[in-house]
Ligand binder design. Structure first.
Ligand code: ZN
Length: 133
């Protein structure tokens, strides 16, 4: 894995959270994006080499809606950038990790993404992401 790419934070109200994180980070988000397939809308803040991704559910079936219902707002996932997502998925599987989607999908911010189950990683949902070139 190359680096910590971003932290994903589940929020109830993206425009409220945007205001808060604007004040917290002292800057504007560089991007807003809706990912229909995931039932989320997001905003991204650049913090040095890494980013903060705020996620609000746009449907009750989305993973973010379920997360907030169960655990409330807060840190949802930790994302690592990888060079070759297919090779990393194969490597993690061979290491015994439970990969949630073995076929990477198109996520926000022009990335191919795949997730490792939190039960495999001491309670943390891990995202692998690779820039689509
Ligand atoms: Zn993410």
């Amino acid at each position: 894995m190359l680096k910590l790419e971003h932290l994903g934070i589940a929020v109830k109200d993206l425009s409220e959270a945007d205001k808060c994180y604007k004040r917290l980070l002292g800057q504007e988000p560089y991007k807003h994006e809706e990912v229909d397939s995931e039932g989320v809308k997001t905003s991204f803040f650049q913090t040095g080499d890494s980013k903060i991704e705020l996620l609000e559910a746009t449907s009750k079936e989305s993973a973010i809606a379920k997360f907030i219902e169960k655990r409330g707002e807060g840190l949802h996932h930790v994302a690592f950038e990888v060079d070759d997502i297919f090779a990393e998925i194969a490597r993690l599987k061979s290491e015994g990790f439970r990969v949630l989607n073995e076929e990477p999908k198109i996520g926000a911010d022009n990335k191919l993404v795949s997730f490792v189950h939190p039960k495999s990683a001491h309670g943390v949902l891990v995202e692998l992401c690779q820039e689509i070139r």
